[in-house]
Design a protein around this ligand. Sequence first.
Ligand code: ADP
Ligand code: MG
Ligand code: ZN
Length: 490
Amino acid sequence: MSTVYDKYESVIGLEVHAQMKTNTKAFCRCSTDFHSSPNSNVCPICLGYPGTLPVLNQELVEFTIRMGLATNCSIREVSIFARKNYFYPDLTKGYQITQFDTPICFDGHLHIQTDGKEKRIGITRIHMEEDAGKSLHDFSDNDTLIDFNRCGVPLIEIVSEPDIRSSEEAYLYLSKIRQRLVYLGINDGNLEEGSMRCDANISVRLKGTEEFGTRTEVKNLNSFKNVSEAIEAEIKRQIDLIEDGGKVSYQTMTYNAKDKKTTATRSKEEAHDYRYFPEPDLVKVRVDKDWISKVENELPEFPEARRSRFINEYSISESDADELTLDKFFADKFESTIGFLLNKNERSYRSVANIFRVDIKRIMNEQKLSLDEIHLTDKVLAMLADSVSSGTISATASKEIFNHILKGKTEEEQISIFKKSEEDLSQVSDNSEIEIIVKKILAENPGEVERYKIGEKKLAGFFVGKIMQESKGKANPKIVNELLIKILEI
Ligand code: ADP
Ligand code: MG
Ligand code: ZN
């Protein structure tokens, strides 16, 4: 059924702020450690005392070039910093050092996969800037406390072209950005903890029209879920407004996750005049070609390339490779587990892939754990995979053993649990033993045997299930199948 909403198309551009994992701040030598006690990582420079001089952190420039190259940007050989003037309790020095009309990276793009097609999302610019402090409202009913540790922590801002057309596309684009940042080792990709933040610019227009509508900007979205929901809510708000005869005006909005609504915080009339001017305390940033090619040569293998390599090198399916390379740590652990395999062959690679895709993913989902909170070592995972691929245990038994070894705290414990369970559950390949079970199950289900014999061949699956169950997953399924058919066809 078509609704008024179907008449419209949404246009979205994202601004992503990502904290850089440099050791020190953007313009001073203070630590960027997130866990330090409040106001301990501060100095006259990041507090903006008069007479101090900032000095640019070279690592920040290098990290930004990395992200620029990883998103197909051009790198500007000479760029400058600008001063953006405003006062806020968490920015008592009265200005933020940022880049304005000469961002260091520009004109890039990324591809996302939607409906099986590649879509190009343009990246207008990536620039460097410093973060502000943090207001803490939860310590007292009447006061707000300020922690200046975050003042001067380096950020990059990645601004997309208005090429995104739906909340799903925004989600895919943001996932790609996050994946790039994490693969590059320059950000930990954590929206919830604020090391990545996203503003969404949103407008709507009638389908078929060229001209963009007026945008609003939803600020500070701090989870993937909020990004999707806020975009949906804002699109709906704008369409409802237009359908009621109103007009969208440029506003800054916030999203309230409780009632799933966007509300205006300020309009363009009240907007700041930031009085940008070139930062007089810093020299121009010069990046020569040699530096750019050095960074380029050191870029890691990106998920798309890794995916193809996994398919070729480990003979795993495309969908397995997709799942395994989505997250860098996951892909890293998969490969380091393969390094511990005793038998390196296609079967064992696929066993490892199975353990990761099925068992590890299940525990992560069920218990809401991240990969590093599952303490299974590469070695014990490799032992499990070896045991499956060599036929010592069945795939069913493997699942059970996996659950057992999860209980081991240390590697030694995990290995000893593994060895014991392997002994208990090792596969029975002895024909005579399996034959006894097959005959028992057939004797217990005479009705089904009758139906099978008059043509209901799919009942074979029913018998196999019963036999495997009776053998506690230990019977070798291949032998079960062979014997079952042989006995039934007599
Ligand atoms: P500002 O600093 O005012 O937010 P920027 O140029 O930094 O401006 O960011 C503008 C963002 O808004 C970009 O991501 C851009 O793609 C997006 N944008 C621009 N025009 C529109 C529009 N009409 N609808 C949706 N997004 C838009
Ligand atoms: Mg903006
Ligand atoms: Zn400092």
